[in-house]
Ligand binder design. Structure first.
Ligand SMILES: [Cu+2]
Length: 200
């Protein structure tokens, strides 16, 4: 079996098939897999507080790497949002918080929190205000982030509970489990930093 595969590879090399395959990868258009995405994450005052890198991983997955500084210690909700506009003066009519322009959570299909494509694990910010995380996700590929209105990365004020509200907890309405608000963003509170995702 192994010997057969080896012989097939040698035959392919001889025919120039393998080198043709490499050339095809190098010709992928910008914004398609093989290219990376980046964002500079800023606070509402315009100061840079972090960076995001999204790289293609093997088997159709993406690696999301984020580093931050100057944020409050503790866990912060971290998501890709649907629109690549980080306007701190665009306020949420419900809460008055900034970056309403970034829209809700980026998702390729239907689904509530924490099943959106752009839902990521919480970001741990240390006592010195710095944090860093790297996650591999199979929920989107790099090119998905460059739809017509782009996308943005948002850091929230509070921890994301990922809608993990066991049925034994009953809300004020007498209904058990996560309520409508929790199913939007996991009660992660306002948006404290935002970065427009760009190819690069
Ligand atoms: Cu969010």
């Amino acid at each position: 079996m192994l010997r057969t595969i080896h012989l097939a590879l040698v035959a392919a090399l001889g025919a120039g098939v393998v080198s043709a395959g490499v050339a095809a990868v190098a010709e992928v258009a910008p914004g398609h897999d093989g290219y990376t995405a980046r964002a500079v994450i800023k606070n509402p005052g315009g100061a840079t507080v972090g960076r995001l890198l999204v790289e293609p991983e093997r088997y159709g997955k993406s690696r999301v790497t984020v580093t931050v500084r100057g944020l409050s210690p503790g866990y912060h909700g971290l998501h890709i949002h649907t629109t690549g506009v980080c306007d701190p003066r665009s306020t949420d009519p419900a809460t008055g918080g900034p970056y309403f322009s970034a829209g809700g959570h980026f998702t390729l299909g239907p689904g509530a929190h924490a099943g959106h494509s752009g839902d990521l694990p919480n970001l741990l910010v240390n006592a010195d205000g710095t944090g860093g995380a790297s996650t591999v996700t199979d929920r989107f590929r790099v090119f998905h982030l460059f739809d017509r209105d782009g996308s943005a990365v948002v850091v929230h004020a509070l921890a994301d509970n990922h809608a993990n509200i066991p049925g034994r907890y009953t809300g004020p309405a007498g209904k058990a489990g996560p309520d409508e608000d929790t199913l939007k963003a996991g009660d992660s509170g306002g948006r404290v930093a935002c970065g427009v995702i760009a190819a690069g």
